[in-house]
Structures are given as structure tokens and as C-alpha cells.
Design a protein around this ligand. Structure first.
Ligand code: AMP
Ligand code: ZN
Length: 492
């Protein structure tokens, strides 16, 4: 008997707008596809949040005993600047600006992506395919769509015919849009446009002579449209219809809407049973995005080297901060929110680490089985990690009462308590600290705060020899002090 046979998960399906009971297509098996990063720059914390939400979901399915094939791609071609239909490829642009081969850009940022995910304790996906590794599959799908009459070729490019598709299917069903409204709200096509309708999107684009990322095709040298790669790779590895497709909320339209259209046009089947969308990480109330400069890089938060941060935060602590919000809610990041979260994180980890040392008695004063099930209930309710964390803190309260001698626990229940806490904290939330324990970082923080205080006192006493010595010797150890209006902060 597997755990999944005892637990019923309800998932918010973006396609129906409802929470639905999760029943995989093949019992005991789950196929999950998540749109991966476009590797033309370093991932920011917003990108990490979306991938972390799906890592947590992947972890929970595995914990329940499902055999999961988790496919998360690498977009290394076809994603144009500003997510536009025309213009330069994001990777080709970076390669031109930095005088690199496009594949050097891809390699550099794929390595960065993997390094960051490793620090955050992500599980690797089962398959991590690349767009450029699946050009042949993409060309085959285009041929199929052309044959079925849902696409047309113009001057070496192939476009998806949205109007024609909408006659027999429903374009806009995922994002809740109507084609007529979309057409009414877009500009007229100009004479230079190859498209029949502004809503049509590129399946294949002709490569102009200066375009360096190009492949031969039946329509001449070109490159695939961005939406097509995910259809090609998800179909290849998960089949024409699979269980879960995820990505950030901002991908719902047009990217995922176009994926549905491509799949339905080529094989007549709706590709995905449950569409899941993770919400945005914001900074100062605005979506975190590299292009607007409103972003924090993971490396900056681990070292504290960002003006909004008063100190460094460990990857496990940042992960805890993210898990304190439901994946489908917006989360705003700030120094104060991180500091508050850190207190909770340290309390939770200390409490979990103290379970082994708890004294045992001949009865247990709280219902461990019921508490354990309440943790599952939280996760079963559309992966509600904030509720789960509240349940974990219920256990922390009892652990403290046992330590004080106000409550007791039996040996058997103590073992169940420890196992359950470890399952949820380490295996499901993934809060293992890979960079030294949270206790170490808390101690370091305490020592640096003490030295900051002593330096302040030395300066007040005009003892600049001591205050400079503290600052310089900390700098030699790689700890930079930053004096600001609100006092002194530090970075590593
Ligand atoms: P990209 O590399 O731009 O294709 O984005 C990779 C993933 O990060 C996509 O699933 C996006 O939806 C997601 N993403 C981008 N910005 C944010 C943000 N501020 N918060 C959460 N997810 C984001
Ligand atoms: Zn995608």
C-alpha cells in the first residue's frame, strides 16, 4: 500500500478555475512538465520561486510514493526579446553584446542555474531537455499542423492560424480570453506583416542573414517559435496527454495558450489534465524582473550584497521564506519580512533538532496521529505550505511543553514525531541546509552584531583605532560592514 492511496490531493486547475481531485492518468504514475529558464542571464529570485514551488510539488508526489517523470526544459533558442513575435533572440542578443558564441551564453547560464538550484536543495528533474536538441521534433509538429490546415507559410516563415483554429476549437480557454475581444484590442497589421491576423503566432521564423541561430527546414533556414519547443518536448517525453503542466502565472498567456492550440491542432487532443500556475515574487510591490532592474539575485541574498538587505540569508532560510506563502499567492520580499521569517526558521529547525533529546514517559499528551494527518491535509489542499508550516509550529509548541516537563511523550510517539517532522521539513519542504547549519549562521550573525555594537561604542568614545581595527579585520575575513542611515549592516 502506497501513501497516495490514503491521501487525496486537490489541485487548483487553471484550465477550469476550480480545485479538483487529483487523479493521475495512469495509476501510481505522474507526468509533469514545467517550463524552464531561458538561459541568457542569471536567474533571479523570482524565477527561483516558480521552480521551487514545482520542486516542492515534485517532492510531495514522490513522498506519497508516486513514480514521477518530471520534465523541466532549458530554453536555449527561440525566445525573442520582450517575448515578442519579431525581433532578436534573447540568447543571440547576449552573444552579440558579449562577443560570445550563443552556445557559450547557454552554457554559462545553464551552469549558473544548476549551481543556484543545488544551493537551494532542488531535486534534479527526471529529464532536462533543450530546445535546440529538439529541432527535428519541432519541424515534424509544424508539418503536422500545416497538413491539418491550421498554419500557413509566408516568405520562409510558418504561422499558426488562430482564427481558423478558433472555428473548431476554443483559443483563449486557459487565460479566459475571447478571440473577438483580442482582435478588437490589437493594432491593425501593417503592410510589412506576414501574418493574416495579429493573434497568429510564429511556429517557424525565417532567419535573416544576420541571425546566427539557424537551422535548415522545409521552409528554408530559420528557427522555431518559442511556444513550439514545449509542445515538442512535453509530447516526446510525456505523451500527447499528460497529468500536470506548470509554469509562472505570466506564462499562461500567450505561451501556454499557444501550447494548447499547437497540441490540439496537431493531434486533436487536449495536452494537459491539470494546468498549474505559480504566482509572482514581487519587490517593492512590483514583479521581480531582470529587464526592469527590479530584482535580487540569489548570490546577493546569500552574501547580503544588495542595498535592500541588512545581512546575508542562507539558501534554506530563503526557501523557508518562500514556503511561508502559498504557491498561487503573490509574495513580496523585503529585508523585514526576511528577518521575521528567519526567526521562525531558526525556531523550527532548533525544535526539530531537539526531538531526539526529549525525555520519554508512559503517555503522550497530544494526538500525534491526528496532528500528522493535519500536516497531510494541508499539503493535500492544493499544496498549502503556509498551513503546513502552521501545523509544524503546533508540534514546536508541544516539544517545548515536553522540554519544560508540562507534557509527556512515549518513546513510540517520539519516534513518529521525529519521522513526521523530518519528512515534512526536510523531504517535502526541502529545508536541508546545504551551506552549514542554521545554528552556525545564527551564531555568526550574533558575533558580528556584537562587534558592530563594540565598534559603535568605540566611535562614540572617539577611539577610532579600535573602531577601524574592527572594521578592517572583519573585512580581511570577508565580512564587509556597511554604515547607513538605519545603522550598520554587514555582508559576506
Ligand atoms: P524565463 O527564464 O523568463 O522564461 O522565466 C522562467 C520562469 O520564471 C517562468 O516560469 C516565469 O513565469 C518565472 N518568473 C519570472 N519572473 C518571476 C517572478 N517575478 N516571480 C515568480 N516567477 C517568475
Ligand atoms: Zn514552456
Amino acid at each position: 500500500m502506497q501513501l497516495y492511496q490514503e491521501q487525496t490531493i486537490r489541485v487548483h486547475n487553471s484550465l477550469t478555475g476550480k480545485k479538483e481531485t487529483f487523479v493521475p492518468i495512469n495509476e501510481g504514475h505522474i507526468g509533469m512538465y514545467v517550463c524552464g529558464p531561458t538561459v541568457y542571464s542569471n536567474v533571479h529570485l523570482g524565477n527561483c520561486r516558480t521552480f521551487m514551488s514545482f520542486d516542492m510539488i515534485f517532492r510531495y508526489f514522490r513522498h506519497l510514493g508516486y513514480k514521477v517523470r518530471y520534465v523541466r526544459n532549458i530554453t536555449d533558442a527561440g525566445h525573442l526579446v520582450d517575448d515578442a513575435e519579431d525581433g532578436e533572440d534573447k540568447i543571440a542578443k547576449k552573444a552579440r553584446l558579449e562577443q560570445l558564441e550563443p552556445m557559450e551564453v547557454v552554457q554559462r547560464y545553464t551552469v549558473d542555474f544548476h549551481n543556484i538550484l543545488e544551493k537551494f536543495n532542488f531535486l534534479p528533474p527526471s529529464i532536462e531537455p533543450t530546445a535546440t536538441g529538439h529541432i527535428i521534433e519541432q519541424i515534424e509538429i509544424i508539418k503536422d499542423i500545416l497538413e491539418k490546415g491550421y498554419a500557413y507559410e509566408v516568405n520562409g516563415s510558418v504561422y499558426f492560424d488562430v482564427v481558423r483554429f478558433n472555428e473548431s476549437n476554443e483559443y483563449g480557454k486557459l487565460s479566459g480570453r475571447k478571440l473577438e475581444d483580442m482582435i478588437a484590442n490589437t493594432r491593425e497589421l501593417t503592410a510589412q506583416d506576414d501574418k493574416k491576423s495579429p493573434q497568429d503566432f510564429a511556429l517557424w521564423k525565417k532567419a535573416e542573414p544576420e541571425h546566427i541561430m539557424r537551422w535548415p527546414s522545409p521552409w528554408g533556414d530559420g528557427f522555431p517559435g518559442w511556444h513550439l519547443e514545449c509542445t515538442a518536448m512535453s509530447t516526446k517525453y510525456l505523451g500527447e496527454t499528460f497529468d500536470i503542466h506548470g509554469g509562472g502565472m505570466d506564462l499562461k498567456f500567450p505561451h501556454h495558450e499557444c501550447e494548447i492550440a499547437q497540441a490540439e491542432a496537431s493531434n486533436g487532443k487536449s495536452p494537459v489534465k491539470y494546468w498549474m500556475h505559480a504566482n509572482m515574487l514581487t519587490l517593492n510591490g512590483k514583479k521581480m524582473a531582470k529587464s526592469t532592474g527590479n530584482s535580487i539575485l540569489p548570490g546577493e541574498i546569500f552574501s547580503g550584497e544588495n542595498d535592500i538587505l541588512s545581512k546575508p540569508f542562507s539558501p534554506a532560510m530563503v526557501r523557508f521564506f518562500m514556503m511561508q506563502a502559498h504557491y498561487a499567492s503573490i509574495l513580496d520580499i523585503s529585508n523585514d519580512a526576511l528577518l521575521a521569517s528567519e526567526k521562525g526558521f531558526n525556531k523550527l529547525m532548533d525544535s526539530m533538532n531537539s526531538i531526539k533529546l526529549l525525555p520519554v514517559g508512559n503517555k503522550t499528551d497530544f494526538d500525534i496521529e491526528a496532528w500528522r494527518q493535519s500536516c497531510y491535509d494541508a499539503m493535500n489542499d492544493d499544496f498549502n505550505t503556509p498551513i503546513l508550516i502552521a501545523k509544524l509550529f503546533d508540534a514546536v509548541k508541544h516539544i517545548n511543553l515536553i522540554k519544560e516537563g508540562s507534557e509527556t511523550i512515549t518513546q513510540k510517539d517520539k519516534e513518529l514525531l521525529l519521522e513526521t517532522m523530518q519528512n515534512f521539513v526536510l523531504d517535502i519542504l526541502g529545508l536541508e541546509d546545504k551551506q552549514g547549519s542554521s545554528v552556525d549562521s545564527e551564531k555568526l550573525s550574533g558575533v558580528v552584531e556584537l562587534l558592530i555594537q563594540l565598534r559603535k561604542e568605540a566611535r562614540e568614545n572617539k577611539d577610532f583605532t579600535t573602531s577601524d581595527k574592527i572594521r578592517d579585520q572583519l573585512a580581511e575575513l570577508g565580512i564587509q560592514l556597511k554604515d547607513g542611515k538605519e545603522g550598520t549592516t554587514y555582508s559576506l
